[in-house]
Design a protein around this ligand. Structure first.
Ligand code: F6R
Length: 239
């Protein structure tokens, strides 16, 4: 794992440069997307670079990590809506090349892995991390060999995410998420974490044991993972 520590602003800029490099070398790259607060600055920077002509997504494809079960893509808290609103509507990617797992058509979630494979596999997967170590919606205890599947959300995750809804009762109880194996299949991974609330889990997943109790700890075994941290998130690292 390569660890990059900088200001919150620079972390977004430096992560964006990885997209510039990747798409310059491979214009039809397959990008793995994430939602949440962490990637918002990165997406703003990608929009800026795209408008400045420094990066093009016109041949790129994207596959997002996860979606709430029961929310249509038009719901303003769905992850499809988030991606369109924060990124896809503002860059030159073809909308038909963007994929977010459906929270409505959930009969065969593992079909998503087949679609990713058919597209050539994910070249660069973006991840955030939950305070309990989740990646995607893979909560502690998720088996390492999991593919895209439906999960029941932990109460803590629902509480943390309730800030985006008018009340906790409106937060869906289930989500569809790429599995740990789906994520590990990506050729390269960028995990971003910012803010002091992530400091403890950042230390645990980077320096602690590899355990299903800390899903992100499996990334210690991934050959091309870069972790982008701001100073607050990196504060408890010992090295
Ligand atoms: C989002 C996702 C989640 C978030 C994580 C951190 O697609 O899969 O794992 O990355 O919950 O969320 P934020 O960035 O809001 O702290």
């Amino acid at each position: 794992m390569k660890i990059i520590i900088d200001t919150k602003e620079n972390v977004a800029k430096r992560a964006a440069q990885r997209y510039v490099e990747l798409l310059a070398n491979k214009p039809d790259a397959v990008l793995g997307g994430a939602t949440g607060s962490t990637p918002v600055d990165l997406y703003k920077e990608l929009v800026r670079l795209n408008k400045a002509g420094e990066i093009s997504f016109k041949d790129a494809k994207s596959f997002n990590l996860d979606e709430y079960v029961g929310l249509e893509g038009t719901h303003d808290q769905s992850y499809r809506y988030f991606m369109n609103d924060n990124l896809f509507n503002h860059i030159d990617i073809k909308m038909e090349n963007t994929h977010v797992p459906s929270g409505i058509d959930i009969e065969c979630p593992e079909k998503y892995d087949e679609e990713i494979k058919a597209a050539g596999g994910v070249d660069m997967q973006l991840l955030g991390i939950g305070v309990d170590g989740h990646i995607g919606f893979n909560e502690p205890g998720t088996p390492w060999d999991s593919l895209t599947h439906i999960v029941e959300l932990e109460q803590n995750t629902r509480e943390v995410n309730s800030r985006f809804f008018s009340s906790i009762d409106e937060v869906p109880t289930h989500a569809v998420t790429m599995g740990i194996k789906t994520i590990m299949n990506a050729r390269s991974i960028i995990l971003m974490a910012t803010g002091s609330s992530k400091a403890e889990i950042v230390k645990a997943f980077i320096e602690g044991p590899i355990t299903t109790e800390v899903p992100a700890s499996i990334l210690q075994l991934h050959p091309f993972t870069e972790v982008y941290l701001d100073y607050d998130a990196a504060a408890l690292l010992s090295k």
